[in-house]
Design a protein around this ligand. Structure first.
Ligand SMILES: [Zn+2]
Ligand SMILES: [Zn+2]
Length: 793
């Protein structure tokens, strides 16, 4: 029987995920000789043996790959047999530079879980158990190559037994860089708010003591994979209210951790896709409709129809939740697991930092001595109904997904790129060739802490992925700290990308498309090419360029940025835009906004002083929320709009009048309209004009129509007009593709209505799924635009 030798090149996420030992075992099983190695393109292997055995090897190579491997391409070719009978794992060739060596952090695998709860196993109750198929990756990496000395595990010397596992290609822990055991690895400890070690009060270990404290209603800060959580039991009102009180002015819903899928199913309504996401190795927080009778205190997510739930993703979480369940009888109670921070500061991830910042909030801290290199928040995802079925949509992309790469469409970029992203919910992105790596969620770039995390994150990614940016893409807003960072980098070419164009491009590129398409891009604020504040835009564009083909009728943003925190100002601006003369303060705001302030803002709107024009859709939602009396002031951007969506009465079918027109419609209403972009749109420019809508909303509220009915009618109105405007724009530009993006489209009700309507109209709808629709997706869009502009010149 003739011998056969084949060479295969495997591309994708195949390094640091146990791929070489897997190949070694498969070759051994089939009695093949040859080799496997990592190089700068992925994995290269050759196998030699009988024809059928080689055939079987190649057919099983993809389907049986380890769980964390993602195979994008396998190219194989025939080679001349050499008579080789042994199979070996070879060293990586020097100098090539290993590509994409670092993978996202991954939830504890089932093998490790069995060991964790097996009293006979040497890793019984060991909170840092991991193997090649699971465990921390990105959060512990300090540099490349991805090797123990370049991780935060460097200080821990493996004991002989761990070392033997690490060096045995047949072992599940072969080259598992964070490999550790109770004898040689990191350890947990429980400290009080003052940093002094706590007595364990008869408990077996610090985890059990922490679980006991949680069961007693205390607040415990827990050091996890990407940072600290603040935890408490989720079912007791007084306990959750105390946590909320200590976190200061914090209104955002708290995330929950349930011990099992069944426990999660008692809190929220889970479909197949939600279950799949909860169990995925990324273990994101999944937002889903809350169930009436779940054991969850009202203070967990006040007024929200959804809860964010996740499952344990580290051995420490598994132990903690199991110990907690032992002490709390009945069906599984969940733990609140919210970011360890004070109001909108970034999440704490260093031990000293945590003591300092969380000492005033937590009664106890469960800490450990494995440092976290990169602060990484929990990712957040939700399932929405698209025209083609239910889809998972990422709202925050961080732990578990970062630093997974995304493909740039077409030929990618011929030059190394950095894209700096936006100001709020910032992420950055580095790219070379066909690959882009979007960084972890940095947050709002407004303090030293986040700015440092931004610039250090960029340096880290440039090192990890060997990207030396020759081109830097940035937002057009001159005051964004991310833009200023771009301007300060030396020896690079700068490419400015308009904010809403970046949203459009990010969504196109994520779906592997280049356009052209119509984009309905709705968000809070973005710097327009005319220097005004955009945010309710219809664009026609591709990856390279765009035209603004429609917009929301503009109004004044009274007092600029302040109007974001005080939606009642937007109510004033919109009421002013609709009538002649100064509007009276609506009854819903009486007693909540001083008459004098109302008068002063009316005056700002009339004169336009420190009040730039804005076509922001987010601010229109704010205005309606304020008019309904839902929230005259907010603690974070978008809060009023989120609460407006939450109160919607699902049974209501009515809607309001709204203007949709072309030429000239943008005129009038505001200082005679001069100088506003809407008037300069020229032939065919679409203007969505909600001035009548606002009047009708105000009249309904004055007549005592419930806020839920008003909110529902308003959502329906904006949904319908958006569908009509997109259909019109698509027809006149002869395209069938419509992109829906921008933070406003994180509104499920709006997104589902518009996507459904456009689907019925026969258009192909794309919305962001793997990257957030909010400004977290901007950096990838900037990179996609810059790449295309470099290519086309
Ligand atoms: Zn494992
Ligand atoms: Zn050990």
């Amino acid at each position: 029987m003739g011998r056969r030798r084949a060479r295969a090149r495997v591309q994708g996420t195949v390094q640091g995920v146990g791929f070489r030992p897997y190949v070694y075992r498969l070759a051994g099983e089939l009695g093949l000789g040859g080799f496997v190695l990592n190089d700068s393109h992925g994995v290269l292997l050759e196998v030699e043996g009988s024809g059928p055995a080689v055939e079987e090897f190649l057919s099983r190579l993809g389907p049986e790959a380890p769980p964390l491997a993602v195979l994008e391409r396998v190219l194989s070719e025939e080679r001349e047999p050499k008579g080789e009978h042994r199979f070996a794992i070879l060293e990586s060739p020097r100098g090539g530079g290993v590509n994409a060596p670092v993978t996202p952090d991954s939830a504890t695998c089932s093998d490790c879980l069995s060991e964790l709860f097996d009293p006979a196993d040497r890793r019984w109750r060991y909170p840092f158990t991991n193997c090649t198929n699971c465990g921390p990756r990105f959060t512990i990496v300090r540099g490349i190559p991805y090797d123990r000395p370049y991780t935060t595990m460097a200080a821990f010397r493996m004991c002989p037994r761990c070392r033997a596992e690490y060096e045995d290609p047949a072992d599940r822990r072969f080259h598992a860089q964070p490999n550790a055991c109770p004898e040689c690895g990191p350890a947990v400890s429980l400290v009080g708010a003052g940093g002094v070690r706590e007595s364990l009060g008869g408990c077996a270990d610090p985890v059990q003591a922490a679980a006991a404290a949680l069961a007693d209603g205390r607040i415990v800060a827990i050091k996890g994979i990407g940072g600290f959580h603040l935890a408490c039991r989720a079912d007791e009102e007084a306990v959750v209210a105390r946590l909320r009180g200590r976190k200061h002015r914090e209104d955002k819903p708290f995330a929950l951790m349930a011990r099992t899928l069944q426990d999660a199913g008692r809190l929220v309504l889970l479909g197949d896709l939600e279950r799949q996401l909860l169990l995925s190795p990324a273990r994101p927080i999944v937002l889903a409709a809350r169930l009436e009778d779940g054991a969850v205190a009202a203070a967990v997510a006040p007024g929200s129809p959804e809860l964010g739930v996740m499952l344990p993703y580290s051995p420490l979480h598994h132990l903690l939740l199991a110990d907690f369940a032992d002490r709390v009888p009945g069906p599984g109670v969940a733990l609140v697991m919210t970011s360890g921070n004070v109001s909108d500061e970034p999440i704490a991830f260093g031990d000293q930092d945590a003591l300092q910042r969380l000492g005033g909030i937590a009664d106890l801290l469960l800490v450990h001595d494995r440092p976290i290199q990169t602060r990484t928040d929990d990712s957040v995802i939700r399932v929405v109904q698209g025209p083609g079925g239910r889809r998972g949509v990422v709202l925050r992309r961080s732990r578990g997904y970062v630093p997974g790469s995304l493909a740039l469409p077409g030929a990618g970029t011929p030059r190394h790129l950095l894209a700096c992203g936006a100001e709020l919910k910032n992420t950055f992105c580095v790219a070379k060739g066909e690959r882009a790596w979007v960084g972890h969620h940095v947050g709002d770039l407004k303090n030293y802490e986040t700015l440092r995390s931004f610039s250090e994150g960029i340096e880290h990614f440039e090192r990890l992925f060997a990207v030396e940016p020759a081109v830097i893409a940035h937002d057009l807003h001159p005051e964004y700290l991310s833009t200023k960072y771009a301007f300060e980098r030396e020896g690079v070419e700068l490419i400015g990308v308009q904010h809403h164009h970046a949203h459009l491009a990010a969504c196109l590129a994520e779906h592997g498309e280049s356009g052209p398409a119509i984009g309905a891009i709705y968000d809070g604020t973005g710097y327009g090419t005319d220097g005004t504040v955009w945010g309710g835009e219809l664009l026609y564009g591709d990856l390279e360029d765009f035209r603004r083909v429609g917009t929301l009728h503009p109004v004044r943003l009274p007092g600029g940025e302040k109007a974001i925190r005080e939606p009642w100002r937007m109510a004033c601006a919109w009421l002013s835009a609709g009538g002649d003369g100064a509007p009276a303060m609506p009854a819903a705001l009486a007693g909540r906004v001083p008459e004098r302030s109302w008068g002063a803002i009316t005056e700002l709107v009339r004169t336009g002083l420190v009040s730039p024009p804005t076509s922001s859709m987010g601010r229109l939602f704010d205005a309606v929320a304020a008019l309904c009396g839902i929230r005259p002031e907010v603690n974070y951007e978008g809060q009023a709009a989120i609460e407006l969506e939450a109160v919607c009465d699902p049974a209501e079918r009515g809607e309001y009048p709204i203007g949709l027109g072309g030429d000239g419609l943008g005129g009038g209403g505001l200082d005679g309209g001069e100088g506003l972009e809407a008037d300069r749109l020229g032939g065919g420019g679409i203007v969505i004009d909600p001035r009548e809508t606002i009047a009708a909303v105000a009249a309904d509220v004055a007549a005592g129509v419930p806020a839920g009915v008003v909110a529902s009618r308003f959502h329906r109105t904006i949904g319908n007009v958006t569908v009509a405007a997109c259909v019109q724009a698509a027809a006149s530009h002869r395209t069938e593709v419509v992109i829906l993006s921008g933070g406003v489209f994180q509104n499920r009700r709006l997104l589902e209505a518009v996507a459904g309507g456009l689907g019925e109209a026969g258009l192909r709808v794309l919305f962001p799924e793997r990257l957030p629709a909010n400004d977290g997706g901007i950096s990838f869009g900037q990179a996609a635009v810059a790449a295309r502009r470099i290519l086309s010149r």
